[in-house]
Ligand binder design. Structure first.
Ligand SMILES: [Zn+2]
Length: 176
């Protein structure tokens, strides 16, 4: 499945920046999840707490332990928090990072059931409205930003920037 969900006009994310930062997980499709990270807090108290949550959720969804994966996740979480502490952006970027590892089973789809994006400006919940692209647009439920409430592009860019700032591996990604 790797590469099957690249951000692109074909997969429903017609954003110009996608060509610079192609992703491999279906981020936009995953935005309307309703999972709660860390009891609904925007920012976990520690990187360790989030790493423990990752491990717990993985174990809930799988029959096997994966110590190597937990170690990789813990390391990535620590690095990601240096750039953007919000759990939800971190979680999406973490899924992307783990999905790109060559040496392990790249199953990260389960992660997307455990995250809920928030309004990047005020932290409110989001409301989703159908769009012509077939993917829902994410709008701030508190209507911050007077009149302009669509946050879809801001969310995608924030996650992509976080990923690029943290892992600096964009050069190595084959652009389509
Ligand atoms: Zn807002």
């Amino acid at each position: 499945m790797k590469g099957a969900h690249k951000f692109s006009p074909n997969s429903g994310a017609p954003l110009s920046r996608d060509r610079r930062y192609p992703g491999t997980i279906p981020l936009r499709e995953a935005l309307d999840g309703s999972g709660e990270l860390s009891n609904g807090k925007l920012v976990s108290d520690t990187a360790t707490a989030l790493a423990r949550y990752f491990k717990r959720m993985h174990q809930r969804r799988h029959t096997h332990e994966d110590a190597e994966l937990y170690q990789a996740a813990a390391l990535a979480i620590k690095r990601l928090r240096e750039h953007d502490p919000w759990d939800c952006w971190l979680w999406y970027a973490l899924a992307e990072r783990l999905h790109r590892r060559d040496d392990v089973d790249a199953d990260v789809a389960w992660m997307l059931d455990h995250v809920e994006a928030r309004c990047p400006r005020c932290g409110s919940r989001l409301q989703y409205e159908p769009s012509v692209s077939g993917y829902a647009n994410a709008k701030c439920a508190s209507s911050c930003g007077a009149g302009h409430t669509d946050r879809t592009v801001e969310i995608v860019e924030r996650v992509l920037d976080l990923y690029a700032d943290t892992f600096d591996e964009i050069d190595r990604i084959t652009l389509f």
